[in-house]
Design a binder for this molecule. Structure first.
Ligand code: G6P
Length: 614
């Protein structure tokens, strides 16, 4: 949801900024822009509609000198994605350039006031209002930049991570955050700014994560100074980031998404490392050890999440209810936050978020917290906002996920939810010892089974060619595999732009069956579990309407594999762990169909990986 990057130091800023933008492109790619203070102390702004590569082409013959600059890749909120609305935005005096990730909610009121003072606007963005306001305060009150930023931010309602460059002071960048992430990297005689650490780690692993209300003054040859809106100094620790470069590069794969699909076996091992003991067959989650009393006996659990994380939550509900016998509700965070929910201090709220920055999930957490609930976070991005707000939680530890369509985060989330459900069930005495041990052993075997399953990639590539023509898809599953059907449909929609719906298989006859004909492929997860026979009947109903069926079946299935037009066999496992395997072929189908259609798999249109606005 917009990526921002900045540099001040002794090196040329432009190549660092462009490389940084490319690493942040997963956050948005409607337009890109850069502001530089050139060697001649000119403030140069280059911006264009489209991706970072378009910006590079646009600025190829321009003056890109300078050792200080800021840059932005946009996911449009206010104003259409054209070059005028692209960031950086410049103030009327021509002295200040700003980049912004977030939304200024009261921009219309502020803009009206500024227009009354005679300020003229060039763009339709909320961001330009902010830079005009800062400059207006600076000029009319004759104060320094920091003071004008502080005063301006006091009158702003909304979410922001901003960086400001000042033509009159080439030795400084000012950055600030509220509800949108911002990291400052500390190098040798140089500083970096990023929406996350990915544009920074190539140069330094020392970072400061800014907190809400922080304003950072970043000056050449000085220590970073952080103040609040009242100019009181805030001292923040310098942290060491554990990210490495290989984790954020494609490593020979054509797309990050494919790399991340193939990484899942090793990611899940990382997720379980130190938590699942192969000798004792026991799971130890530090969060449960540390907060046993708060976690063991809740009145109920509410899971809040968005998108793919919400699908993982649906699986979590089934795991927790069946093993722990605790009632669980799963809510879209965006609905939950405005639903005036009845919650109290006997409830646990589990917030699931890959990025740890999704605005709706964060707001849901804050609401639940204000009502006294105990909050458990399941996140991937270390040090992100949600884990910093929750009472406790478990990172999924699958490494940075760059492809906009979430893959390894989903299986990582399901792994953590499985570990959590089993741990709580054991502590509550609601699971039989042999069942617990069996599932733990099966869980440890999942990475190897995934590895085996991934060999199906070539077969799926071939199958996908046949399905590329379709305009609509239906995905069906039951029980634990119903959320997998939803997730499979979402993956296809996100990256191939083919309309796809996930449905509980038996619900098909209450509507979707009307859509089924030979033009509409149906993907059915039909593994041999308690509801197998019923799903077989559904497949017969589909075949009777001449649709093509792609079935995900259990090993050695002889019934569905004969009925289906194509099928993929899953390695055997226990029913509650099937989603982790069944999701792999569905990720691969979405990937290969999108590639066949020539779509930009890692940067699907209109989407962003980290949705830091409502
Ligand atoms: C966006 C992403 C999805 C993700 C969802 C929730 O829509 O494109 O892949 O599932 O946000 O994100 P979170 O970071 O909270 O899991």
């Amino acid at each position: 949801m917009c990526g921002i990057v900045g540099y001040i130091g002794k090196k040329q800023a432009y190549p660092i900024l462009i490389k940084g933008l490319k690493r942040l492109e997963y956050r948005g790619y409607d337009s890109a822009g850069v502001a530089l203070l050139t060697d001649d102390n000119e403030l140069k702004i280059y911006k264009t509609k489209g991706k970072v590569a378009d910006l590079e082409a646009y600025s190829a013959d321009k003056d890109i000198s300078g050792t200080v600059g800021i840059a932005h890749t946009r996911w449009a909120t206010h104003g259409e994605p054209n070059s005028t609305n692209a960031h950086p935005h410049i103030s009327a005096s021509g002295n200040l350039a700003i980049i912004h990730n977030g939304i200024i909610e009261n921009y219309a009121v502020l803009k009206k006031q500024l227009c009354e003072y005679g300020v003229e606007f060039k763009s339709n963005t909320d961001t330009e209002v902010l830079v005009q306001l800062i400059d207006h305060i600076r000029v009319t009150h004759n104060v320094d930049l920091l003071t004008s930023v502080r005063l301006a931010l006091r009158s702003v309602i909304g979410a922001y991570a901003i960086a400001i460059l000042d033509k009159t002071d080439p030795n400084q960048i000012i950055a600030a955050r509220k509800s949108s992430p911002l990291v400052v990297g500390i190098g040798d005689d140089e500083f970096f700014i990023g929406s996350d650490a990915s544009p920074i780690i190539e140069y330094t692993n020392k970072v400061i994560y800014l907190d809400d209300g922080d304003i950072a003054v970043i000056r050449r040859d000085q220590e970073v100074k952080i103040v609040d809106f009242d100019n009181e100094e805030n001292f923040r620790d310098i942290k060491e980031v554990e990210l490495n470069l290989a984790q954020i590069e494609k490593d020979g794969f054509p797309h990050f998404m494919l790399k991340e699909i193939f990484e899942q076996p090793s990611c899940l091992k990382d997720c379980m490392r130190g938590r699942v003991n192969a000798e004792t067959n026991k799971i130890l989650l530090s969060a449960v050890i540390d907060h046993r009393d708060a976690l063991i006996n809740p009145r109920r659990i509410i899971i809040v999440a968005c998108g793919t994380s919400w699908h993982a939550g649906l699986i979590g509900k089934q795991l927790i209810e069946s093993f722990c016998k605790i009632p669980v509700e799963v809510e879209y965070a965006s609905e939950f936050r405005y639903s005036n929910p009845v919650i109290n201090n006997q409830d646990i709220v589990i917030a699931i978020s890959q990025s740890g920055e999704t605005a709706d999930t964060l707001a849901a957490v804050e609401l639940a917290k204000s009502k006294g609930a105990f909050i458990y976070g399941i996140c991937n991005a270390i040090g992100s906002s949600i884990p910093r707000t929750t009472d406790t939680g478990s990172y999924i530890h699958v490494g940075p996920e760059i492809g906009v369509a979430s893959t390894k985060a989903f299986t990582g989330q399901v792994t953590v939810l499985t570990m959590l459900a089993l741990t709580l069930a054991e502590a509550r005495g609601t699971i039989k010892h042999h069942e617990y041990t069996k599932i733990v052993k099966e869980l440890m075997a999942i990475p190897d089974k995934m590895e085996e399953l991934l060999k199906v990639n070539d077969k799926i590539k071939e199958i996908s060619k046949v399905f590329t023509y379709a305009h609509n898809f239906l995905y069906l599953g039951r029980g634990y595999n119903y959320p997998v059907a939803l997730e499979g449909a979402l993956k296809l929609k996100e990256i191939s732009y083919i309309h796809a719906e996930g449905y509980p298989a038996a619900e098909m006859k209450h509507g979707p069956i009307a859509l089924i004909d030979e033009e509409m492929p149906v993907v059915v997860i039909a593994t041999k579990n308690a509801l197998y026979e019923k799903v077989v009947n559904n497949i017969q109903e589909i075949k009777a309407r001449n649709a093509r069926v792609l079935a995900i079946v259990s090993k050695d299935d002889e019934v569905v594999s004969k009925m289906a037009d194509a099928y993929v066999e899953l390695p055997e496992t226990v029913e509650c762990l099937e989603p982790m395997l069944a999701t792999i072929p569905l990720q691969l189908i979405a990937y290969h169909v999108a590639v066949c259609k020539g779509k930009d798999v890692d940067r699907p249109r209109n989407l962003a990986k980290s949705v830091t606005v409502e």
